[in-house]
Design a protein around this ligand. Structure first.
Ligand SMILES: [Zn+2]
Length: 478
């Protein structure tokens, strides 16, 4: 997942306050009956929310005053212990406090568990890992309600981009609570799909975009504020994007509306929209149904090329059509390889980054969108990383196993994609695409593993892939 910080993004700090803010006009938390409201889903897909009622869910009320640069938040986390052991604390992640990932300061205020006030504790000096004592042992399958308030100061002007503006429950796996602080790659967040309902109040004179769909949109009596009640369905992230003077257009031709937000560079935005529709249709046809009601794309100057979240993504609108075809195919592909088929982004980045690199190649090869040579033109972008490869590492190398950023990027964005193309050429592209589809369907909104991908592909061919996977991915070894 591409997560280089925007140079033009506003600096955001979360400010400690000694006493809770109880302004008269304070938002109330949204109703939890909305968790499974079908508004988030395309027709026929609302049922994907049901299993997530038995997992951790988030009710958020966020007041973003663009005029004063103040954000006040309330979070109610309906925690469910999905671990295989009892826990007596919950680890919350505040990734963007890390100096490399935003350098923001977050202070959790008014913390309570099951209504009883308590104190949490940051476990790292960069304040990205926050431990909340539950006050009792919570057995597997049981839960607790965690309430908190927080205030965020947003300094900046016409554009806001606030990703994950709330504490997120860490993943609990065989190693325990995941407390990784990833600094070698573009990615640093590892999150699981969860239901969110968000009440979001913003200045009405900004265009506002977010993960999820609005159930209601209300204007304040004086017209200065808009309050959205947003239902996300099962998603791994929640973000808010606001732009003063921004516009959007909806591009038709895909099975859901694809909406492009832009401010200037309209021709580039339109081109990104057309590529996105073609790529979306190819991926959906090959890899399985997209569950959400809409896909939003923010077309803007973006330092890392792009960045993906469930049903919203960023695409750099600079440079030429060749570059736009590369980055749009990659980022739209993340809706399937990251959003729908999730993975451990820190230890198995190959499963989303290499896969989207390769999926884009397949898109151009089989549609020839952009011309007969478009697949090899696209592939040339992958080779720019591959050609920088100095140490070929197994693709199951965890983030901490790479020497530096270049080592990670050349292996995952280059070497991993080259391995997938070679695999496709060995077993046939149709078998490869069938394996990728089986993998997406097996994982659907969960966390996929290397073993799952290996077995999904192996099931499509009589060619024994065990040695190949063993050598390159560390699975299938005899
Ligand atoms: Zn990516």
């Amino acid at each position: 997942m591409l997560r280089l910080l925007l140079t033009l993004v506003v600096v955001i700090t979360i400010v400690a306050i000694d006493a809770p803010v109880h302004a008269q006009d304070e938002l109330t938390l949204p109703d939890e009956s909305l968790f499974t409201d079908p508004v988030f889903a395309r027709p026929g897909m609302a049922g994907v929310a049901q299993p997530y009622l038995n997992r951790t869910r988030y009710l958020l009320a966020i007041d973003l005053d663009s005029a004063t640069g103040q954000m006040r938040g309330q979070a109610r986390i309906l925690f469910v212990n999905r671990a295989y052991v009892a826990v007596d604390r919950v680890i919350l992640r505040l990734y963007q406090n890390h100096p490399k990932h935003g350098g923001r300061r977050t202070d959790v205020l008014d913390l309570a568990v099951n209504g009883a006030p308590t104190q949490g504790q940051f476990l790292d000096t960069d304040r990205t890992i926050f431990s909340v004592p539950l006050g009792a042992v919570v057995q597997p399958g049981a839960g607790a309600t965690i309430d908190m308030r927080y205030t965020i100061s947003v300094e900046g002007g016409g554009f806001y981009y606030v990703s994950e503006p709330y504490p997120i429950v860490a993943v609990f796996d065989a190693s325990g609570w995941r407390q990784d602080v990833g600094t070698n790659s573009l990615d640093y967040a590892y999150t699981e799909s969860a239901l969110h309902v968000v009440k979001l109040r913003v200045s009405a004179n900004y265009a506002t975009y977010f993960v999820g769909m609005p159930k209601t949109v209300e204007q304040s009596p004086d017209g200065s504020k808009t309050t959205y009640t947003i239902v996300t369905g099962p998603v791994r992230n929640f973000i808010i994007v606001q732009g003063r003077g921004w516009r959007d257009m909806t591009i038709s031709g895909a099975s859901v509306p694809i909406r492009i937000a832009f401010s200037g560079r309209q021709a580039a935005a339109e081109e990104i929209g057309q590529i996105a529709v073609a790529a979306f249709n190819f991926y959906e046809n090959q890899f399985g149904i997209y569950p959400y009601a809409e896909l939003d794309i923010v077309s803007m100057v973006f330092s890392s090329g792009g960045e993906e979240y469930p049903n919203i993504l960023f695409i750099n609108n600079e440079r030429d059509s060749v570059y736009r075809r590369f980055i749009t195919a990659h980022e739209v592909g993340h809706q399937w390889f990251y959003g729908i088929a999730g993975n451990d982004t820190l230890n198995n980045a190959w499963l989303d980054e290499s896969m989207t690199q390769y999926a884009g190649y397949l898109f151009y090869k089989y549609t020839q969108y952009g011309g007969a040579n478009s697949a090899e033109t696209y592939w040339a972008s992958i080779l720019t990383w591959y050609n920088r490869l100095q140490t070929v590492r197994p693709l199951n190398t965890p983030m901490t196993g790479y020497r530096d950023f270049n080592d990670f990027m050349s292996n995952i964005y280059g070497g991993g994609a080259v391995f997938l193309r070679e695999l496709g050429e060995k077993i046939g592209d149709q078998a490869m695409m069938a394996g990728m589809k089986a993998y997406v369907q097996n994982v659907y909104l969960g966390i996929g593993t290397l073993e799952q991908f290996y077995l999904s592909v192996q099931a499509q061919t009589t060619i024994d892939l065990s040695d190949l996977f063993c050598q390159r991915v560390g699975v299938g070894c005899r």
